[in-house]
Design a protein around this ligand. Structure first.
Ligand code: AOF
Ligand code: ZN
Length: 354
């Protein structure tokens, strides 16, 4: 069955975890006479593509006349590695079964065309629903021309995200902390606002998982002066971009650090989304606070919402999640998923398409 072999390719792709970012996760399986000859995947950004990983494991005689199952259309361009479609033709592969076409503008069907033009039989769209889920952010970025945006909130039983006092409020438990570390590792950029920076002094780093390309840290600020004493511009743990409304004397001082960038502008959610497009950041995790998140809701720039709910109460005049966003009909969520994280609950929902 075609789907059995494609499922093997999907399983292979998953082995890469987040190591391929900003490339997609891709798996491949080489089959001849109904038997698997080799299985492989794209291991890390800049490394061999899945097709090459598979071809490396077999002799030229074995490859000739074989069928390749690959989750993503073989590439047709020179990136950090040469085009896979040429290598497949040179190896004498007879048939290629593709999970999904590559939405990357440099590929977009050209890999498939090259194979067909060179006499290779191609089947496209095998298990495409399953295969697309391997790279939701990558697919979204190249088909919608904007990053996948996830809002992350942590909330008490009385619907508060903080106590309203100018100090950090701890809401969720340790299991939620571990889960949110995993979540961060899946994003290429993380965003907070000025109030979260000054009250929480967060690091916005992925501490539990080693990452060669940690998410970029973005902060929306009035001016960079506020950031001077905070950890994320001093620790050098990941690139930090300060998105400021006004220029300040501190801009130059901060820019001297290789990891810190200061940009002056009107940083609406649309402008931040556009910055992600320009920088090639495919996914954005909006961690807070309530006003920044409200801006993304109002602009209908939310693709997923993850809320950690803790069985505690803050009372008083604490801030509710997402303050002041108008109800918007263009933002409807579906496919809710619930998970227990110790005594906390995590609710995840994705935006309804169309
Ligand atoms: C494939 N097989 O396993 C992957 C593909 O810079 P490079 O050479 O690594 O190329 C990266 C691009 O190649 C990436 O943007 C995507 O279009 C494609 N990824 N293609 O045939 C693979 N990872
Ligand atoms: Zn390739």
């Amino acid at each position: 069955m075609l789907t059995d072999f494609m499922q093997f390719a999907v399983d292979q792709a998953k082995l890469a975890g987040v190591a391929t970012y900003q490339n997609p996760r891709v798996g491949a399986v080489l089959v001849k006479d109904g038997h698997v000859l080799a299985q492989g995947y794209h291991h890390y950004f800049g490394g061999d593509h899945a097709e090459v990983d598979v071809l490396r494991q077999v002799t030229p005689e074995q490859a000739r006349g074989a069928t390749l199952f690959v989750t993503l259309e073989p590439c047709s361009h020179y990136g950090k590695t040469p085009p896979c479609c040429e290598q497949l033709v040179d190896a004498g592969i007879q048939q290629v079964v593709i999970g999904q076409l590559d939405p990357h503008p440099l590929v977009g069907g050209q890999g498939r065309q090259y194979l067909r033009d060179h006499g290779v039989k191609v089947i496209t769209g095998c298990m495409s629903d399953v295969v697309r889920k391997l790279n939701p952010h990558y697919n979204h970025f190249y088909t919608q021309q904007r990053p996948w945006v996830t809002l992350k909130t942590a909330m008490t039983l009385d619907g508060k995200i903080n106590s309203g006092a100018p100090r950090r409020t701890l809401i969720s438990n340790h299991a939620s902390y571990v889960d949110s570390q995993r979540l961060r590792s899946q994003f290429q950029a993380i965003l907070i606002g000025e109030r979260t920076l000054t009250i929480d002094d967060p690091q916005l780093t992925v501490r539990l998982i080693a990452m060669s390309q940690p998410p970029v840290r973005l902060v929306v600020l009035e001016s960079s002066t506020v950031a001077l004493q905070h950890r994320l511009v001093r620790d050098g743990q990941a690139p930090t971009w300060l998105l400021c409304r006004h220029a300040a004397a501190s801009d130059e001082q901060l820019q001297a650090s290789a990891n810190v960038h200061v940009l002056i502008g009107d940083w609406s959610p649309a402008a931040i989304s556009q910055l992600c497009v320009e920088q090639g950041w495919q996914s954005l995790l909006v961690e807070g606070g309530a006003h920044i998140q409200a801006g993304f809701v109002a602009a209908a720039l939310v693709d997923e919402w993850i809320s950690y709910l803790a069985p505690t109460m803050i009372g008083g005049a604490g801030l509710p999640a997402v303050t002041g966003a108008p109800a918007t009909e263009s933002l409807v969520f579906e496919r809710p998923e619930l998970a227990w994280l110790g005594t906390d609950l995590r609710l995840r929902a994705v935006r309804k398409e169309g």
